[in-house]
Design a protein around this ligand. Structure first.
Ligand code: COA
Length: 193
């Protein structure tokens, strides 16, 4: 029922509260805070992300991003969130359940990033912990997948401490930082403890 409401309402998913964090659907008004934290974290993030287009941090690119997000939400293709520190409502990162596959799969891919100065403080662990119940109980997913480069120890630790199981190794799986890179494949199932 909640899924039915979420998918048939013009409203995005309601905000999700976690331990010290809040996840909510991105809005145009987030532009300045988002661009600032991405800019100051550029060197920290770019080794682990697809190459940033040259105009990525511009307001017009952000407007296009918001349009894409709205379309993804409308068509049940992806659920993007920005991550806020609860104590002062600072935008500190982002997560997405993307590449939603319905039908016999009921699966999604999880992606995430945090601003450099907010890293290693448990925020993404709290965010993933808060998001998974919504993924399974509201969006009715059966499986949440995630992939990371083997040398990305932060991501490996995050996934393992969040109950994801390592399922495989995919060669030249994603083009990250302008290189086709091998990835570890992880997943968490709705039925996992
Ligand atoms: C991966 C990422 C989101 C983790 O966010 P975070 O808020 O720092 O994570 P947490 O503080 O919740 O820590 C999660 C675990 O990772 C560990 N960790 C965090 N940063 C680490 C680092 N640089 N090296 C080794 N371990 C690290 C933490 O110690 C913790 O493990 P522990 O419980 O064993 O101590 C963040 O490092 C990031 O944005 N990295 C760059 C972008 C990226 O990698 N995106 C994902 C691509 S797959």
């Amino acid at each position: 029922m909640a899924l039915f409401r979420a998918l048939n309402s013009p409203e995005p998913l309601p905000p999700i509260a976690g331990d010290g964090v809040l996840l909510r659907t991105p809005q145009m008004a987030d532009y300045a805070a988002w661009a600032a934290v991405r800019e100051e974290s550029r060197a920290f993030l770019t080794p682990w992300e697809p190459t940033w287009p040259t105009d990525d941090l511009s307001r017009s690119a952000f407007r296009q991003r918001m349009k894409r997000y709205a379309e993804d939400l409308r068509t049940d293709q992806a659920y993007p969130f920005f991550l806020f520190r609860k104590q002062d409502n600072t935008l500190i990162g982002g997560l997405a359940l993307a590449n939603i596959r319905r039908g016999v799969a009921q699966a999604a891919s999880l992606g995430y990033w945090i601003g450099h100065s907010y890293s290693r403080q448990g925020y993404m662990t709290a965010a993933v912990r808060a998001l998974l119940p919504a993924a399974f109980d509201v969006l009715r997913l059966h499986r949440v997948e995630a992939a990371c480069i083997p040398t990305n120890l932060a991501s490996v630790r995050l996934l393992e401490r969040s109950g994801f199981r390592r399922e495989g190794y995919a060669r030249a799986y994603l083009c990250i930082n302008a290189m086709w890179q091998d990835h570890l494949l992880y997943a968490r199932l709705r039925s996992d403890p």
